[in-house]
Ligand binder design. Structure first.
Ligand SMILES: *[C@@H]1O[C@H](CO)[C@@H](O)[C@H](O)[C@H]1NC(C)=O
Length: 367
């Protein structure tokens, strides 16, 4: 009896083992088949690929978590309105032109500007007729605005270097003059740039001309004034081109009272030299410039474009990087951290500083 029971259970066990073996083989065959069919279908039709649900043990690191809602309005309305001076209005001038990205860019910029009080947006479009679609879009933001159609003269369109945006900015300057706007701050902000909200509180206090770094410009990935002991003393821009003011259009703001002192304010149709010529036409002097963005160590505006560029490498000595008498070391190290550009002691574009239209190596600028 006992023998028989043992025999039976052993036979059941072998049966069970065979069964388990069969299942394993079947699973394996199924796995191989589905793998084969997956790779072939993945090659032909990626869209139909099915993704497994996220397993619990995937590698991931939680970097930071905040469960507190610390959002607040940038300008709280709790202050008694009678107590505060009306802030100078920022006239934000945006040249734009019809293209695939226009509506997307204007949407993004408009939603940035929605955060800013006391702002008048001047949008000048490079068209001969007013674009109703664009106007309906502008209206929706609720920002005080002026929509201008200001086409570039045909003559310039055929040039090798097209002075893009000049007709639009000239139209905005004409609007400011014709409407007798004599107080406030003028700023040229292109539709594809990215603006930190802090930029607006910085430029609002502009007395004459304020300047600050612009990220993602040229071979240095930055265009900035060089600041020494709290004063602007040169420029760091990879395309000096003998310009007296080698700055980007988004790198300065102008007080309208100060601008009003110059009778011949203009922006000529001279591709590449628009900023320089404009700043010359308002009679700018080096000592008039107010450095903003924490003595030009912060990047509050980016020359973003709808294209992908590699981070450039900038050659600069360690000694100069560590020199805390001026802003470049702090700024370039920040850009390195952000992955915007790289610093090297031996290779890359040599860092040079421009002053009075002449470019010098950093070593000679210091001596
Ligand atoms: C800029 O630098 C000057 C001189 O070092 C200093 O007095 C001033 O407080 C600085 N400004 C800011 C905003 O940090």
């Amino acid at each position: 009896m006992l023998v028989r029971m043992v025999y039976n259970s052993v036979r059941n066990m072998t049966k069970a083992r065979n069964f388990a073996f069969l299942i394993v083989v079947a699973l394996l065959v199924f796995a191989i088949l589905s793998l084969l069919s997956n790779t072939s279908s993945a090659a032909s039709d990626d869209v139909n690929k099915e993704y497994s649900i996220v397993p619990e043990n995937d590698t991931m690191a939680l970097c930071f978590e905040s469960l507190q809602d610390t959002r607040k309005l940038l300008y709280s309305s709790t202050d008694n309105d009678n107590d505060i001076e009306p802030e100078p209005i920022i006239y934000f001038v945006t040249p734009t032109y019809p293209r695939r990205e226009q509506v997307a860019e204007i949407t993004r910029l408009g939603q940035t500007l929605m955060h800013i009080p006391y702002l008048h947006w001047i949008v000048a479009d490079d068209t001969s007729v007013c674009n109703n679609f664009l106007n309906n879009l502008l209206k929706k933001f609720g920002i005080p605005y002026t929509h201008i159609a200001s086409p570039m003269p045909e003559f310039y369109r055929t040039k090798k270097l097209v002075p893009r945006g000049v007709a639009n900015r000239r139209a905005a300057l004409a609007w400011i003059r014709n409407n007798n706007k004599k107080t406030g701050v003028l700023y040229f902000g292109d539709d594809d740039n990215t603006f930190d909200l802090k930029l607006f509180s910085e430029i609002r206090s502009t007395k004459k001309v304020s300047m600050f770094p612009v990220g993602l410009i040229g071979d240095y990935a930055i265009s900035t004034p060089v600041v020494k002991h709290g004063k602007v003393d040169g420029f760091f821009d990879s395309w000096p081109a003998k310009r007296k003011w080698p700055v980007d259009m988004a790198g300065f703001a102008v007080n309208l009272e100060y601008m009003g002192l110059s009778p011949n304010v203009t922006m000529p149709y001279k591709a590449g030299y628009e900023e320089d010529e404009f700043l010359k036409s308002i009679g700018l002097k080096m000592q008039d410039i107010e450095p903003k963005a924490n003595n030009c160590t912060e990047i509050l505006v980016w020359h973003t474009q709808t294209k992908n560029n590699k981070p450039p490498k900038i050659r600069i000595s360690n000694g100069i990087l560590r020199n805390n008498q001026f802003n470049l070391g702090v700024l370039l190290k920040k850009l390195e951290t952000m992955g915007v550009s790289h610093i090297s002691q031996s290779e890359g574009t040599a860092a040079q500083i421009t002053k009075d239209g002449k470019s010098k190596s950093l070593i000679s600028w210091f001596s």
